[in-house]
Ligand binder design. Structure first.
Ligand code: DQQ
Length: 697
C-alpha cells in the first residue's frame, strides 16, 4: 500500500511513526514493496529530469557563442564579462606590450614575451599615461561581436592553416586557452560550411614537445594533389628558438580533422646560419616548382633588412635552402609572409600553384616593427626563386597596405570549392589590456575577404567581404538621393544600429569640383584634424556608432583635394578621435589615398558589428578596420547619420542599410553529447539500481 502521509511534518524526534508501524518492533521487518507502476514513474521522472538538465547544459554551452543580436532577447552567456582580479605589471618588467598592462587570474599569468623573445604581440597603440576608464559590465559586454569569428573566451591572434577540406572550411588560430592576454599559444580550431556560422572544435595542436613547448606559433596548410593535408607551423622551443614543425591529420577520412599528429622527427627546419634564433617563423602554404618540388617561404630579417627565405622539399621532412625570394632594407622582421598568384584577366581566384601569362604574384609581409600588413604586386620567377615588384616604389613596407586600420598577420587560402582566394586577418584590440582581462576575451578575425587583382587600375588588389555574409542581412532601409548642403548632418532612422551592413554612394556637386583650387598641401588622413577639419571638397560620409547628441561618433568618410597637377585625389578615412568618451582607448585617425577612376561615383561599404567597423572604399580598393569602444552610443542608443563637412560643396548620397543578424556559433556536438550521455547514463544506472534493489527483497 502506498504511504498515505508522505509529507507529514518531521517531529522533534525526527521521525513520524506511520500508524501501523509503531507497535511492530518485534515483528519481522517486512519492507514495503513499491508497485511496478511507481518504479516506472520514478525512473521516467529521473530520466526526464536528467534529460532536461542535460538539455539546459547543452543549450547554455552552445549558446555561449551566440550573441545578443539586438533584435531579440539576450542569449549569450559569454556576453557577461568575467571579472578577473587584476594585478598591475609595470614597465620595469621589460614588457613591450600594452601600456597599462595587467595580469589575469593566476592561471592566466604568463611570462610576457616582447621583441626580445622574437615576437611583440601586444605592441600597444594606447598611450602610456592614459587615465583608466571605469568600464561597467554593460559597456564591456556590448563590445563582443555577433557575426565576426571569435573563440568563446580568452586571447586569439593570427589566422592559421585555413583550408577547404571535405566540404568544410577549416580555420585554426593562435589561442591562449588560459587568459585574455597573449601567451601559452596553441592552435584553436573551428569549422564552417559558409565561413560565417561556426562550430568550435577541440584544440588542434597543443604545445607538448620540447620543440613547441614555448608556443605553437603560426603556420599554413597545404593540400597535396592526392588530398593529403600537410601542416607546417613554427614551434618556439624550450630554449626559445624558432623552428619549423610538421603535423598531419590523425585520420584523413574525418572531415572535421579533429585529431592531429606531430611528425616524430620534428623539427624539420632550424634557423639557417646567419639567421637569429628568434627571427625564423611562419611557413607558408607550399606550391609546386617547375622541377616538381614543393616550395615554401619563411619570414626573417638580416640586420634591419626584412627577408623571405625560400626552401624546397620533396617530402616536407627534409628541405634545401634555395636563398632569398625578396628583401627590403629597413623594414625589420617579416612575419606571416604570404605569396600567391592573382589573375590579370579573370575574375576568379587562383590556386597557389598557378603561374604563367595573365598571372601576377602578390607578396605580403606583416611588419613586426609597425604591426601593419603590406603587399606588393610583381612577378615570381620559379627558376631562380625570386620575385620582382611591378613598381619598386610600391614595395613591402613602403607601399600599399591590406588595411589602413588595425589588421595584422593576414593569410590567404585558395577555396577550391568556389574558385576564389580568401583573406583572413587578425583584428586586435585597441583598448587597454586591463579592459581585455575584465571582458575575458581579446581580438577578432575580420570577415573573410575575397581577394582579386583590380583589373581596372592594375595597381592594387580588391578585397570584399565573402558573399556569404549577406545571408545575415535583415530589415533593409533605403535612402535615395539624400541631398546634403555644406555643413549638414542628417540622421538616418534604421532602428537598432549596432549590427549593420551599409552600402553608400556619393555624388559631389560638379560646380564645386569645377571651382576647386589646386592645393600645394599634401593631405593625409592620419595627419589631418579628422572629420571635423573642413575643406572645400570634404570630408563627407557616414557617422556610425554615434549617440543622439553626437558626443560619440565614428565618421567613415571621403576627402577630396585638387592637387598641384590639377588632378583630384580622393582619400578614404575613419576618424576615431570622438569614438568614445573613455580615456584609455586608442583614438587614431586612419586612412589612405584611394584610386577613383573617370566616371566612377564614390562608394563605400561599412560593416558595423558592435566594437568593430570594417570599411571598404571603391569596391574594396582601400580598406579600414577600426575597433571602437563607445560608452554612450551602445545598445539602443547607437545611431547612424550622414554628414557633409565640406565648406563649398553639396553632396548627394544614396544608401542601402541592412541590420545584420547574429551568426551561429556552436560547440563541437561531441562535447555536448558527451556531457549529455554521461549525465543521463549515470541517472539511468542509478534509477535502474534503485529498482533492482527494491525488487530484490
Ligand atoms: N604571431 C605568432 C608568430 C607570428 C606572430 C605568435 C605574428 O608566429 O610571427 O603568436 O602576429
Amino acid at each position: 500500500m502506498a504511504d498515505t502521509n508522505p509529507f507529514l511534518p518531521v517531529t522533534s524526534s525526527g521521525y513520524t511513526h506511520l500508524p501501523d508501524e509503531s507497535h511492530q518492533t518485534n515483528a519481522p521487518v517486512i519492507r514495503r514493496r513499491r508497485p511496478f507502476k511507481e518504479h516506472l514513474i520514478v525512473v521516467i521522472g529521473l530520466l526526464a529530469l536528467g534529460l532536461f538538465v542535460a538539455f539546459i547544459g547543452y543549450k547554455a554551452s552552445s549558446n555561449g557563442h551566440v550573441h545578443d543580436n539586438e533584435n531579440g532577447s539576450f542569449q549569450a552567456l559569454s556576453r557577461e564579462p568575467q571579472t578577473n582580479p587584476l594585478v598591475s605589471r609595470g614597465p620595469t618588467t621589460g614588457v613591450s606590450e600594452k601600456a597599462n598592462r595587467v595580469r589575469g587570474p593566476k592561471s592566466s599569468q604568463h611570462a610576457s614575451r616582447g621583441p626580445a623573445a622574437g615576437v611583440s604581440e601586444k605592441s600597444n597603440l594606447v598611450g602610456n599615461n592614459l587615465r583608466s576608464y571605469p568600464w561597467d559590465i554593460s559597456m564591456l559586454s556590448w563590445q563582443r561581436t555577433s557575426f565576426h569569428f571569435q573563440p568563446e573566451k580568452n586571447w586569439m591572434n593570427d589566422p592559421n592553416g585555413p583550408m577547404f577540406y571535405k566540404g568544410w572550411y577549416h580555420f585554426f588560430y593562435q589561442y591562449n586557452p588560459k587568459g585574455a592576454v597573449w601567451g601559452n599559444i596553441v592552435w584553436g580550431h573551428a569549422v564552417s560550411k559558409d565561413l560565417i556560422n561556426w562550430m568550435h572544435l577541440p584544440l588542434a595542436i597543443v604545445s607538448d614537445k620540447w620543440y613547441d613547448i614555448n608556443g605553437v606559433w603560426t603556420g599554413s596548410a597545404t593540400i597535396l594533389p592526392d588530398g593529403q593535408v600537410i601542416m607546417l607551423y613554427t614551434g618556439c622551443t624550450n630554449e626559445s628558438v624558432q623552428v619549423q614543425n610538421l603535423a598531419y591529420p590523425a585520420d584523413a577520412s574525418d572531415p572535421l580533422l579533429i585529431n592531429w599528429v606531430k611528425y616524430s622527427n620534428n623539427p624539420v627546419l632550424v634557423p639557417p646560419p646567419g639567421i637569429n634564433d628568434k627571427d625564423f617563423r611562419d611557413p607558408t602554404t607550399a606550391w609546386l616548382t617547375a622541377e616538381g618540388k614543393w616550395r615554401i617561404i619563411i619570414g626573417s630579417k638580416m640586420g634591419r633588412e626584412g627577408i623571405a627565405l625560400v626552401y624546397d622539399t620533396n617530402d616536407f621532412k627534409t628541405y634545401e635552402i634555395e636563398g632569398i625570394l625578396h628583401a627590403v632594407p629597413g623594414t625589420g622582421m617579416w612575419e606571416c609572409v604570404d605569396l600567391f598568384p592573382v589573375s590579370t584577366e579573370e575574375s576568379n581566384g587562383l590556386a597557389t600553384l598557378a603561374n604563367g601569362p595573365g598571372v601576377k604574384h602578390v607578396i605580403k609581409a606583416s611588419l613586426d616593427d609597425d604591426r601593419n600588413d603590406y603587399y606588393a604586386i610583381g612577378t615570381y620567377y620559379d627558376k631562380n626563386h625570386t620575385w620582382v615588384p611591378n613598381n619598386p616604389s610600391i614595395d613591402i613596407g613602403i607601399g600599399i597596405r591590406y588595411d589602413y586600420g588595425i589588421f595584422y598577420a593576414a593569410k590567404t587560402f585558395y577555396d577550391q570549392d568556389k574558385e576564389r582566394r580568401i583573406l583572413w586577418g587578425w583584428i586586435g584590440e585597441s583598448d587597454s589590456e586591463a579592459a581585455d582581462v575584465k571582458k575575458g576575451w581579446a581580438s577578432l578575425q575580420s570577415i573573410p575577404r575575397t581577394i582579386l587583382m583590380d583589373r581596372k587600375t592594375g595597381t592594387n588588389l580588391i578585397q570584399w567581404p565573402v558573399e556569404e555574409v549577406e545571408s545575415l542581412r535583415v530589415n533593409n532601409t533605403d535612402f535615395d538621393r539624400v541631398e546634403m548642403k555644406a555643413g549638414e548632418t542628417i540622421p538616418l532612422d534604421v532602428g537598432l544600429a549596432t549590427q549593420l551592413d551599409i552600402i553608400a554612394e556619393f555624388e559631389i556637386d560638379k560646380e564645386a569640383l569645377d571651382k576647386a583650387v589646386e592645393s600645394n598641401e599634401t593631405f593625409s588622413c592620419e595627419g589631418s584634424g579628422g572629420a571635423a577639419e573642413r575643406g572645400a571638397l570634404g570630408p563627407f560620409g557616414v557617422l556610425v556608432l554615434a549617440d543622439e547628441t553626437l558626443a560619440e561618433q565614428t565618421p567613415v568618410y571621403f576627402y577630396i583635394v585638387k592637387a598641384k597637377d590639377g588632378f583630384f585625389k580622393t582619400f578614404f578615412c575613419t576618424d576615431k578621435s570622438r569614438s568614445s568618451e573613455a580615456t584609455d582607448v586608442n583614438k587614431q585617425i586612419y586612412g589612405s589615398f584611394v584610386p577613383v577612376l573617370e566616371g566612377e561615383n564614390l562608394s563605400m561599404r561599412i560593416l558595423v558589428d558592435h566594437s568593430i567597423i570594417e570599411s571598404f572604399a571603391q569596391g574594396g580598393r582601400s580598406c579600414i578596420t577600426a575597433r571602437t569602444y563607445p560608452t554612450k552610443a551602445i545598445h539602443e542608443a547607437a545611431r547612424v547619420f550622414l554628414f557633409n563637412n565640406a565648406t563649398n560643396a553639396s553632396v548627394t548620397a544614396s544608401l542601402k542599410i541592412w541590420q545584420m543578424d547574429s551568426a551561429d556559433f556552436q560547440i563541437y556536438p561531441n562535447d555536448a553529447t558527451r556531457q549529455l550521455s554521461v549525465f543521463t547514463s549515470i541517472l539511468i544506472l542509478a534509477a535502474y539500481l534503485s529498482c533492482i534493489e527494491k525488487f530484490i527483497w
